[in-house]
Design a binder for this molecule. Structure first.
Ligand code: URA
Length: 237
């Protein structure tokens, strides 16, 4: 989801159904403020979070919102779905306008899901160049062994996308469980990587994305707002 930037005069003209000439007069008369300051220039760039007041009427005042959800099994990482409950439907009491998911999980995967209305923030978090690590606990149907470690580290060729996966770290936790860290998110990536060993994934739980760690006080289906430190750990250009 892209951030929506545009000119102030276009926004007010469209919103109040007045001409751009009328908007210029409002600006000259100090009738328009953006983020608490009188706006003077018609071509001032605003975005969906600019607080815009005209003639003492608030025209736009979206707050940035950031949440972590402990996604339960069977919940779809989407804003709408006609078969399954959606992640957004679990954010009870939260205004859903413009919210989107930063880094989906499959229907049966569980754990950390980040939800925001700040498109610049989620784009920075997910940008391939930023190589933010995502950590998963994976439970397998069959035993795993040391061969998996090198195979994940060397990358695997995916014919459908014609790409080789970036080096991933696999740590064996027990005969049927591993921690996997990836800095990319190809379609069903972890399941497909274990699929190379004909070893079906029976449980996939995301523990963290970059420095944002799933709060272990959240039960499946519970959510909370991110702290300022969690929001600020995402580096935006
Ligand atoms: N890889 C998968 O295969 N599924 C997920 O939900 C996340 C990563």
């Amino acid at each position: 989801m892209a951030s929506k930037r545009g000119r102030l005069d276009q926004f007010i003209a469209r919103r109040l159904q007045v001409s751009k000439k009328a908007v210029r007069q409002l600006l000259i008369d100090n009738k328009v403020s953006v983020d608490g300051k009188y706006a003077k220039t018609p071509d001032l760039l605003i975005d969906e979070f600019s607080h815009i007041v005209c003639n003492e009427v608030v025209l736009q005042q979206y707050q940035k919102q950031y949440y972590m959800l402990n996604k339960p099994d069977g919940v779809v990482s989407a804003t709408i779905d006609d078969k399954h409950p959606t992640a957004l439907s679990l954010l009870l009491g939260v205004e859903h306008d413009m919210l989107h998911i930063a880094g989906r999980l499959d229907l049966h995967s569980t754990g950390l899901l980040l939800i925001t209305n700040d498109a610049k923030w989620s784009a920075a978090l997910m940008a391939p160049n930023n190589k933010v690590d995502k950590h998963y606990i994976v439970t397998l149907a069959n035993p795993i062994d040391e061969r998996y470690i090198d195979a994940f580290a060397n990358g695997m060729y995916f014919e459908y996308e014609n790409i080789t996966t970036l080096p991933a770290t696999l740590t064996i936790l027990s005969s049927h469980q591993a921690r996997v860290s990836l800095c990319e998110g190809k379609y069903h990536q972890i399941k497909r990587m274990f699929g190379r060993f004909r070893n079906p994934v029976v449980g996939l739980h995301r523990e963290s994305i970059g420095e944002i760690v799933l709060d272990n006080t959240l039960l499946p289906g519970e959510f909370r707002s991110l702290t300022k430190a969690e929001i600020d750990c995402v580096i935006q250009q």
